[in-house]
Unconditional design. Structure first.
Length: 184
């Protein structure tokens, strides 16, 4: 499997490559990515689940039991449920967030898409996201998935990261550039 960006170089990347390969072989890529979306939402919304996944104080056995009990409640597909059990048994649940990101990247590449990380001062509405996708598609020549984040410290504007490229039109950067220019 070809992995641009060196996904396999990290521990999470190796787990993600294994999960994605299994999902691809079983033709369950959409089900697995939906399950991973549910897990990411659960990590954000539930402090208990977040603690279970990230705390080094939770033992492998306890984590495995808890994960196996939670997978049906979270509506996780069988492939992802088994994968979570493996992560728990290996003491690697702390890698889950990175695994999710890497699987998304692999799935996007599989679909002929690329992903751009977009940071804005305020949440983008659907129209803004659609226009941004269209502009990026025209620039990059392929469909673009937007990984949107909000960072109020940029004050306004937008920062787009795609691979090693970055477009920074944030107000914070413009103010910093102006301040540096005034120093002479």
């Amino acid at each position: 499997m070809e992995n641009s960006g060196g996904i396999q170089a990290s521990l999470a990347g190796r787990y993600a490559t294994a999960l994605f390969g299994l999902a691809r072989d079983e033709m369950q890529i959409d089900a697995v990515t939906r399950s991973l979306d549910s897990l990411e939402a659960a990590m954000t919304e539930s402090s208990d689940f977040h603690t279970l996944v990230t705390s080094p104080l939770v033992g492998r056995g306890d984590a495995g039991k808890a994960i196996r009990a939670l997978t049906s409640a979270l509506g996780v597909d069988p492939i992802t449920a088994k994968f979570l059990g493996v992560l728990a048994d290996n003491g690697r649940l702390s890698e889950l967030k990175a695994v999710i990101k890497a699987v998304r990247q692999l799935a996007a590449t599989h679909r002929g898409e690329t992903t751009a990380e977009v940071t804005s001062a305020f949440a983008l509405n659907d129209g803004q996201v659609a226009k941004l996708k269209a502009n990026l598609k025209a620039r990059l020549g392929r469909d673009v998935t937007i990984d949107a984040k909000v960072d109020t410290e940029i004050l306004g504007g937008i920062i787009i990261r795609h691979g090693s490229q970055m477009i920074d039109s944030s107000i914070r950067t413009k103010l910093n550039t102006l301040a540096n220019a005034m120093k002479g």
